[in-house]
Design a protein around this ligand. Structure first.
Ligand code: SAH
Length: 341
């Protein structure tokens, strides 16, 4: 049985059209599910009983199982069990501007970035749209809050699950449904160039973040194997195209790894590399994990790196650290649960 949460509004309209029902039924159902937050067709009092029976036979409202929730200051980390027993994570962060949810897009990840916990489990499968939508609904209910921002920065590479991610965006964007504005959503990619171009042509106003993490190809090849397929020149040329076509500023993420990519020379090289691109750099303090040998840069070194970028006219911010106590780095919760460490 198909999950009702896999359906965009236009999918549902097509469904009703195919069974000779009026299209507006789709809007009514969206209203019940996403505005009134009802999770059974039986509660949809403006539908006829025959139709209710038919919908019950065809669609499921099944939710995910919340295996655990870890709380820290301003952060809640969830581990969910999927129907096939795979596990995914989602992290809710309270900011002064609202509540932001970091969601996963795949079970495991094939990108094999050297510093990342997620890639220790190779991709098992893509998440379906409903498996990305349900954490939003369930966490809102669990914490009795509304989520204002979504970041696709959990486990997985969103552009390696392109179609389902686009469907997910259609569902959460829908004004008659969850109504999350595109500008409140950020997709982060390690740099899958053909998909960045496809996304550019898709016309969505969603924010794009690129995991750069290195200031030259030698270093990036070591940290991120994707660089061997799409090197820095190609990636940056693609980003330039994206910015000029969409008129939107991109974020470049740069994890600060102690004595790996955090020297002043790296900062100068980075400033030079991105000169003239409408972007801002987000410096990310590395979240150390017990399974990987990289260390986090000292605060002082991060600040020097930051100052150097500023002096070179780069827009730069340092990401606030969340939840090192709750193992907030992608993949940490799942792997500790599986491996019992
Ligand atoms: N695959 C996508 C999105 C998931 S990772 C991407 O690569 O962008 C989201 C971000 O978290 C990426 O910038 C990733 O490099 C970073 N990240 C991974 N492990 C981390 C860690 N231990 N500490 C801090 N950031 C990490």
């Amino acid at each position: 049985m198909k999950s009702i949460y896999d359906y965009s509004l236009s999918d549902l309209e097509n469904y009703f059209f195919s069974i000779d029902e009026k299209k507006f039924k789709a809007v009514q159902i969206y209203d019940w599910i996403y505005k009134k937050r009802v999770n059974s067709f039986k509660d949809m009092t403006n539908l006829k009983q025959v139709l209710i029976n038919r919908l019950i036979d065809e669609f499921s409202f099944e939710h995910l199982e919340i295996i655990s929730r870890l709380d820290d200051v301003d952060v809640h980390k969830y581990l969910f069990r999927l129907k096939d027993d795979n596990k995914i994570e989602a992290v809710l962060m309270h900011h002064d501007y609202g509540n932001s949810l970091c969601i996963s897009t795949q079970v495991g990840c094939n990108m094999s970035c050297a510093f990342c916990e997620s890639g220790r489990l190779k991709k098992v499968r893509n998440l379906t749209p409903s498996e990305m939508v349900l954490p939003i609904l369930q966490i809102e209910r669990d914490l009795n809050i509304r989520i204002s921002h979504i970041v696709l920065m959990g486990i997985g590479e969103p552009f390696d699950n392109y179609e389902n991610v686009i469907k997910f965006l259609d569902i959460v964007n829908e004004p008659k449904g969850i109504e999350l504005g595109s500008r409140h959503i950020t997709i982060s990619t390690c740099g899958v160039v053909p998909k960045i171009l496809e996304f550019m042509n898709n016309g969505k106003q969603v924010n794009l973040a690129i995991s750069l993490h290195a200031s030259n190809d030698t270093l990036r090849n070591k940290l991120m194997p994707i660089n061997k397929a799409y090197n820095l020149k190609l990636l940056l040329d693609t980003i330039k195209k994206y910015v000029s076509k969409t008129n939107r500023r991109v974020t470049l993420e740069y994890i600060m790894l102690k004595e790996v990519n955090d020297s002043i020379d790296n900062a100068k090289e980075l400033a030079n590399l991105i000169k003239g691109i409408n972007c801002y750099v987000n410096l990310i303090p590395y979240n150390e994990t017990s399974h990987i040998e990289f260390k986090k840069s000292d605060k002082e070194r991060i600040l020097k790196f930051y100052d150097c970028l500023k002096q070179n006219d780069v827009n730069v911010t340092i990401r606030r650290e969340f939840g090192s106590k709750v193992m907030a780095a992608c993949g940490q919760l799942r792997s500790n649960y599986e491996e019992g460490s």
